[in-house]
Design a protein around this ligand. Structure first.
Ligand code: F3S
Length: 754
């Protein structure tokens, strides 16, 4: 048994009481989203009314999942909490770092060598702290979660945007950054803005070539990539009950493309069937005992417009297959419009490659449908005109396909079987069949299609669709092929129409080894040594940030006064820097490289006041740090928007920064700064931003930091004049204690020792 029965039991025991409390409090019936949220409040005595889209609440999710790229910094921080194990169950999934090139076996072998130090570190952390570790090739994070951990009515966070995939089983999955994972693993309340709720009523039943993927592709067309921001997508209605659990998961997975916080389906017989098929009959039985709490109240389903912020209705019987793209997943093309679109747009019509699988579309149903079409075509002597590739979602799926002869169909059709990892979905595709920068078209059953996402080529036009359409278009080799009306020509000159795809929702039996690739726990966790080479360029054990020395900050230099937009990506760039995400000192060299200086107008360059030279912010910060000069960043509006990337807060702290004073903050980044022991202040009068000069020395009376009280900050100008400006903050008592301890984790360790 891989799942944690005690966690599910605890979650389910709370439900009847919490729901009753919440219903009384709100004096109305509840949506499923509200039930899950209320049942996971950190402090169950604090059930309060939360205004949707406005107020933040504190939660304790049931579990944490981390993929190998984002897990590194989260776990390096976790060490500092001084815990013997994580407060809630956690898992690590090695899926992002494997490059797809030749085939599963060759690619995996190469990745094991290339990423050995990362895998060794993650493995040792898992053994030491009793975290589940899924080896490279065991499967993609969300598929493994669906097959093993997700349960109806649960709440989990994952350090990957497509964590909402778990909503297919009725679990609220939320994609977060590493620092959120640290909070939950160490037992700090985890904050989330109470979401708005979009109700999606599904009626009818999917027909012919239409698949669950088309539900979300159509929604993307309606709502765009921003339409779900700050919302949970809650599906319901008779149509929802006709969709397989894995089909529901596909829809929830791509809620991330809408910008939605999460997506969720109510518990039903399809979900129970999937739980039973994947060795979790016990979980289905437990869910059955509180089934009424694992769906929205009947009154909500009857009058959705009264309880949701927005209601959208989709009749599955009338839905068309879609192709969304290129370059954005919300450019939705119903299949019947594609020929017209291609007359107007200059998209390459020839399909150079088709990608099947990934965390989005790897179910038995998806892959049996794809294989069915290939088999039918090959029986007529037709082989795919485009190159096809398959990334199975897990080893369990791959082995089941192998056992049932499905994998052989793919292989016979010439489909390249990559490893059970992300590969082309995250740009880890060494695509040697296409010269760099060649304009071309690919079709993919994955979820994202931004420029360069799959193969790094900005001229690859990627269209997102269902696995069965990927196969159909791959067989035809053309983007304007509509299998409902068009025919494929046979070598003997005859033309045939492909039959409608048929698949099996659930196999008779999944491969019996349910723990493929899961590392057994250590017999003596305390005896496990954490493996980090001192000479590694990719990993570095963290030093604890020093506690506050009790003195006011005086004579602070301005490292950079940022002009305009400054996202966490401007503060800590991704791209080639990602390989250092487990090495704080190395990745700190990217500090503010994407930000623009208000003084010089230059991006990623600031004046070093010690020698007058213009250098990168990291170079200047290191110079100040060596000279024991504290420094601050001056931010503009909504400083730190974009993501919860913890590096954006850790880097300034590591390089000697003491404060960020901004016109305003993005809330998550502001909290991250507080957690890392930096001061996050805002100008009481926004226009005071203009008063800060390049060569100012700044005094911050931090010893008077108290909740709700402003700080009088003094700007000493080089012409001998001084100006006092007032700065606000949002520190509460706990957060002030974080600051004094040097970081939130330092405080937890201190408290643990008491
Ligand atoms: Fe991996 Fe792509 Fe899913 S990167 S986790 S397969 S969205």
């Amino acid at each position: 048994m891989v799942y944690h029965k005690d966690i599910i039991e605890r979650c389910y025991q709370r439900y009847p009481q919490t729901i009753e409390k919440a219903r009384k409090l709100l004096s109305r019936p509840l949506t499923l989203t509200e039930k899950i949220l209320y049942n996971h409040l950190f402090d169950q005595n604090m059930v309060a009314m939360y205004e949707r889209g406005k107020l933040y609440a504190e939660f304790q999710p049931d579990r944490v999942a981390m993929q190998d790229a984002t897990a590194q910094m989260a776990l390096l921080q976790f060490i500092h909490a001084g815990r013997e194990t994580t407060v809630v169950p956690a898992s690590i999934h090695c899926d992002h770092l494997v490059q797809a090139r030749d085939d599963a076996e060759t690619d995996l072998k190469r990745a094991l060598v290339e990423n050995q130090e990362v895998y060794d570190f993650l493995r040792s952390m898992a053994l030491r702290y009793n975290i589940h570790f899924w080896e490279p090739g065991a499967g993609i994070i969300h598929q493994i979660v669906l097959e093993n951990y997700a349960f109806p009515g649960g709440m989990m966070i994952g350090t990957d945007s497509h964590t909402p995939n778990a909503g297919g089983l009725g679990m609220m999955g939320i994609g977060v950054g590493g620092s959120d994972a640290v909070d939950v693993m160490v037992g700090i309340p985890w904050e989330l803005k109470w979401p708005k709720i979009i109700g999606v009523k599904l009626t009818g039943k999917l027909q012919g070539w239409t698949s669950p993927k088309d539900v979300i592709l159509a929604l993307l067309g309606k709502l765009t990539v921003k339409g779900g921001t700050g919302c949970v997508m809650e599906y319901f209605g008779p149509g929802a009950r006709t969709l397989s659990a894995t089909g529901k998961a596909t829809i929830c997975n791509m809620g991330a493309e809408l910008g939605a916080t999460s997506s969720v389906f109510p518990y039903d017989e399809k979900i129970a069937a999937y739980l039973r098929a994947t060795g979790r009959a016990e979980v289905a039985e437990m869910a059955d005992t509180i089934a009424s709490h694992l769906k929205m109240d009947e009154e909500v389903e009857a009058h959705p417009e009264k309880y949701y912020d927005q209601v959208i209705e989709i009749n599955l019987s009338e839905l068309e297959p879609h192709l969304n793209g290129p370059f954005t997943p919300d450019l939705a093309h119903p299949l019947s419009t594609m020929k017209e679109t291609l007359k107007k747009e200059n998209y390459p019509v020839e399909v150079s490659a088709g990608l099947i699988g990934s965390c989005t579309n790897s179910s038995y149903e998806d892959l049996t449908k794809a294989a069915f079409l290939l088999k039918e075509a090959m029986a007529q002597g037709i082989t795919p005109r485009s190159k096809l590739y398959l990334n199975p979602g897990s080893d369990r799926i791959r082995m089941t396909l192998e056992k049932n002869g499905i994998l052989k169909i793919f292989k016979d059709a010439g489909v390249v079987i990559f490893s059970n990892t992300c590969g082309p979905c995250i740009g880890m595709w060494d695509r040697y069949d296409m010269a760099a920068n060649t304009p071309n078209t690919i079709v993919t059953s994955f979820n994202r299609n931004f420029a360069k996402r799959a193969d790094g080529n900005p001229h690859t036009h990627a269209f997102v669709t269902s696995p069965e359409l990927v196969v159909a278009l791959g067989l035809a080799g053309r983007l304007d092929f509509d299998p409902r009306v068009d025919t494929l020509s046979l070598p003997d000159g005859r033309n045939i129409r492909l039959p409608e795809p048929k698949g099996e929702e659930i196999p008779e039996a999944f491969s019996s080894d349910t723990q493929l690739g899961l590392l057994p726990p250590a017999e003596d966790p305390k005896g496990v040594r954490i493996i980090v080479s001192p000479t590694s360029e990719r990993l570095q054990l963290l030093d604890r940030f020093p506690a506050w020395n009790g003195e006011d900050f005086t004579g602070c230099r301005v490292l950079m006064k940022v002009a305009g937009k400054c996202t966490t990506d401007h503060i800590s760039m991704a791209g080639s820097w990602l390989k250092y995400r487990g090495h704080l000192d190395n990745i700190s060299n990217n500090l503010l490289l994407g930000a623009t200086s208000a003084f010089s107008g230059e991006t990623g360059r600031v004046k070093n006041l010690l020698n007058g030279e213009y250098q990168t912010p990291a170079q200047v910060a290191r110079a100040y740090k060596t000279s024991h000069i504290p420094w601050v960043i001056i931010g503009d509006k909504n400083y730190g928007e974009g993501s919860s990337r913890e590096h954006a807060a850790m880097e300034p702290r590591h390089l000697g920064g003491v404060a960020v004073i901004a016109r305003s903050f993005a809330r998550i980044h502001e909290t991250n700064l507080k957690k890392q022991g930096l001061l996050a202040l805002t100008f009481a009068h926004e226009e005071d931003y203009e008063k800060v000069r390049e060569d100012d020395l700044i005094d911050i009376p931090v010893s008077s930091l108290k909740p709700g009280e402003m700080l009088a900050v003094v700007l000493h100008h080089s012409d001998g004049t001084n100006e006092t400006i007032f700065c606000q903050h949002t520190y509460n008592d706990t957060q002030i204690a974080w600051f004094k301890a040097g970081s939130a984790l330092n405080l937890i360790t201190q408290q643990g020792k008491k």
